[in-house]
Write a protein that binds this ligand. Structure first.
Ligand SMILES: [Zn+2]
Length: 748
């Protein structure tokens, strides 16, 4: 993932930064005004010279509307053209807005920008007529050179980016990591960004029902403290093809990401990918039962000892159910591949043997457990070196000959005409190529894998390591698809997911699909997705000064169910595990644990490795158990049927939490400022609401929660007997240490 982000950075260099040659005084600007948002156009250069929201200027400097990348199909050399090379620019007022026409004879370009005000927002559209002998490879539009601090203070500044679940970045985060960019569809799950502070701000939302490939980018420049927010539309690699952009809405937003997300949701939920799921399309009912996820592995630790021999899984499952009150367990047990974890694409026969796996899953099922298989998506592993510690082992893998014989011809070819081979991301990883999703190989591979997994008894097929359905554009002329970027990529991936689902369901009616990190366009075929809203600064966020937020579930819940995965829990005290557990719950995700799998060896020694709730750190065990008790009632129904509310935060001073975290290959001491009591809410179609509170402090906490309650509201702590809540403004909530509470409010 990190390497993909670095690649994106190259574009920055190509784009340069424009300096308008001529400019008009502020009073001479042509104004295009919506209710709260207004644009001022320079009548000579066409540049955007002013962008105000509620009268506040958002622009740091004049912004060019577009930059176009023109490529010679022979040499594949590119140059970028923008309005500076246009010899004629016409800016005119038209009914409901304005039009800017650029004639650029040197580059043989004709570009038209149309601006139209409608319903409180301004819609911008771009048309490019390009030369018949050039490839219009990419178009940046719109380009907004915004003040990185819309007001005088920086404390409340946030950038929202739609990476995975979604994340926000502080002003300090922008300065620390200047590049925020995500490719859609894929690492960007949705098509909107926002920049705001305590007074609100601006949201840029692409209304692209065709979901064409584009990068959503916000790039910080320290001098003069500027954020360039832009879309880079990635065009098919076809000579002479012009471009008509989808509408891009510029609109005001409030002082929280949920404000921009609410406006996006109003559009997004009407699109083809967000249709309500009926009949066969519905996620299987068992996903809404009272579940907890258990991580583990089928292979032994690096010391050769196995924490859970195959025949002992039933007792581990029973102990977890007993400690949490769960009805069922989702087993995320890795290393089922014949040659070791992630050794794609030849996974079979299953490890340790097909018969052993069938028996293991059938015994697990008798205890109410269903297994998920993490399938390495489009990866084709070529080679991997062994990596071994006493508690961890990654098997060596040599697939070079097989790759040359079968892989090379079906894998993604990059723009230079080479099969793209990526270096190992980290020690569990190997060198690998990506299977082109349009090939016959891909079609047979996913069907076959789904069939074999379902026959063995796996219930969830998770498309892993293709986050949000990410796949680089393939330039192969022999795979039978268009060359380069295009909607063909997402269409092919969607078919592969749909086929895997169909194949699995033909054998097991409860079979379900999942994807590592969500993306809106795959919703019709996904029953679940791996959500990472538990994370703070980790992926899909952008490091220090950024934080994941559950924006995808806010916009799209309950169309697919988020599964939490990266909250292992340990046998040692670790306040960050409490943070992660509470945050995952706030996104509505199914809770998870590894019962301390990788930390047991160092505390309990090689002869007492069986993971159990008793071995977990007591605080982590208590929080998980109380959270599960809170979810045991009707809360799950609200999450499964309802939509997430923009719930107010709990008004308590955040805590400074010190913790030690494993990052790549070492423990790092970290400190975060984080609320101790988290809150979120869901509303069912009838208007009934449920709020979930989680207290991660080791002390009781009491607060007044600012919601209006009429008669009949009830509050239950840790799944206990509910108490009636008196009507009025605000609810008094008292929570014991490490507890979870649910407030149910009947419909108004
Ligand atoms: Zn291809």
């Amino acid at each position: 993932m990190a390497s993909a982000l670095r690649l994106l950075g190259v574009l920055l260099v190509c784009a340069g930064s424009p300096v308008p040659a001529q400019s008009a005084p502020q009073e001479a600007l042509l104004r295009v005004a919506g209710q709260r948002i207004a644009l001022g156009l320079d009548p000579r250069s066409g540049d955007l010279a002013s962008l105000t929201v509620d009268g506040r200027e958002m622009l740091a400097e004049r912004s060019p509307w577009y930059r176009a990348q023109l490529t010679d199909p022979g040499s594949r050399a590119s140059r970028w053209a923008d309005a500076k090379s246009a010899e004629s620019i016409r800016v005119e007022e038209v009914k409901g807005g304005a039009r800017i026409t650029y004639t650029d004879s040197a580059n043989r370009l004709k570009v038209i920008v149309n601006l139209e005000t409608a319903a409180g927002e301004i819609a911008a559209r771009l048309t490019v007529r390009s030369p018949a002998d050039r490839i219009l490879e990419a178009v940046q539009f719109p380009v907004l050179r915004l003040k990185a601090r819309p007001g005088s203070e920086s404390e409340s500044v946030r950038l929202f980016m739609p990476g995975g679940d979604g994340y926000v970045v502080t002003h300090g985060g922008l300065r620390g990591n200047t590049w925020n960019g995500r490719a859609y569809p894929g690492h960007a799950s949705m098509q909107f960004m926002a920049l705001y502070d305590a007074r609100g701000g601006l949201s840029l939302q692409c209304r692209d029902a065709r979901a064409e490939p584009k990068d959503l980018q916000s790039v910080y420049e320290a001098d003069p403290d500027l954020l360039e927010m832009r879309l880079t539309h990635k065009r098919p690699f076809e000579t002479g093809r012009g471009f008509e952009s989808p509408a891009v809405a510029l609109l005001p937003c409030g002082s929280h990401w949920t404000s921009a997300a609410t406006d996006y949701k109003a559009w997004a939920r009407k699109q083809w990918w967000a249709r309500p799921k009926k009949g066969e399309a519905r996620p299987p009912a068992w996903l809404d039962s009272h579940l907890v996820i258990l991580h583990g592995s089928l292979r032994p630790l690096g010391n050769g000892k196995h924490p859970v021999p195959l025949d002992r899984w039933p007792e581990v499952i029973r102990s977890l159910k007993q400690a949490t009150g769960a009805e069922g367990v989702i087993l995320d047990v890795r290393e089922w591949e014949h040659k070791g974890i992630y050794t794609s694409p030849y996974y079979f026969p299953l490890y340790p043997s097909p018969e052993a796996v069938r028996n293991w899953l059938s015994a697990a099922e008798a205890e109410g457990a269903r297994a998920m298989a993490m399938v390495s998506g489009l990866q084709w592993m070529i080679e991997r070196k062994e990596f071994r510690t006493p508690s961890y082992v990654v098997t060596a893998f040599d697939g070079k000959a097989l790759f040359e014989a079968q892989g090379r011809q079906v894998c993604v070819v990059n723009r230079d005409g080479e099969v793209q081979v990526d270096a190992p991301y980290f020690n569990w990883d190997g060198s690998k190529a990506k299977i082109c999703p349009a090939t016959l190989f891909a079609r047979l591979h996913f069907r076959d894998t789904a069939a074999k997994l379902a026959e063995a008894g796996f219930r969830i097929f998770e498309f892993d390591q293709m986050n949000g359905g990410d796949c680089p554009p393939c330039y192969s002329p022999s795979h039978g698809h268009p060359i380069g970027p295009g909607i063909w990529i997402r269409e092919q991936i969607a078919r592969r997911i749909a086929e895997a689902r169909e194949e699995g369901r033909g054998r097991l009616p409860e079979f379900a699909t999942s994807l590592e990190d969500p993306c809106e366009v795959y919703l019709p075929h996904l029953d679940t997705y791996v959500g990472r809203a538990a994370h703070t600064t980790e992926w899909p966020a952008n490091g220090e000064g950024s934080e994941v937020v559950p924006a995808f579930s806010f916009v799209y819940g309950p169309l697919a169910r988020p599964l939490a995965l990266d909250v292992p829990l340990t046998v040692y005290p670790d306040p960050y595990q409490l943070v992660l557990t509470a945050r995952a719950a706030m996104s509505g995700a199914v809770p998870c644990t590894s019962l301390g799998w990788y930390s047991i060896l160092s505390k309990y020694g090689p002869n007492d490795l069986l993971p159990s709730p008793e071995k977990l750190d007591p605080a982590q065990r208590q929080l998980l158990a109380n959270l599960m008790r809170a979810r045991s009632g009707s809360l799950r129904e609200y999450i499964a049927q309802g939509e997430m509310l923009a719930a107010p935060p709990v008004d308590l001073k955040p805590a400074s939490i010190a913790f030690r975290r494993w990052e790549r290959d070492r423990n790092v001491d970290r400190r975060i400022t984080h609320p101790e009591v988290l809150a979120n809410g869901w509303e069912k179609p009838g208007g009934e609401r449920a709020y979930l509170f989680v207290n991660i402090a080791s002390e009781p906490r009491a607060f007044r929660y600012p919601v209006v309650v009429r008669g009949g509201a009830r509050l239950a702590v840790n799944g206990g007997t509910p108490r009636n809540v008196p009507p009025g403004e605000g609810v008094e909530v008292s929570m014991p240490a490490l507890s979870a509470a649910v407030l149910l409010i009947p419909k108004p």
